[in-house]
Design a protein around this ligand. Sequence first.
Ligand SMILES: [Zn+2]
Length: 138
Amino acid sequence: MAEETKEFTGASFNAYLTEEKRMMGVHCRSCGYMSAEPRPMCRSCHGQDMEWVQFSGKGRLSTFTCISIVTNAMGEKGYGRDNPCCAGIVTLEEGPRISARILGVDGNNPQDIKTEADVVLDLEDLDPEHPSLAFRPS
Ligand SMILES: [Zn+2]
């Protein structure tokens, strides 16, 4: 595989996501730390020997909340008091934890949403202008 040379920034993360449909993160060659929030410096050992890694997009729902007071952008997608949007923390199978929208669940019945459920990255309705991660139960 060709060496990935994009800068370690959120903009690069979004570019991989929207242009290549790949969820990338960074890995520290010095200490092994991995993160889904790209930074040129390792948050663990403060080294700068970082490289891009591709995440599988598989993970587990660690925790979540259902939000009925939403931003205008979310309102335009049909979320709101009658259709709460579910947001969660997903623990990727590679280890890092990230926040993401959780699709394919009923925000009106949060008791039916299971933590520890297997989830998978869903880029179906990714907004190229404002990309945000979304997962759905697998
Ligand atoms: Zn490190």
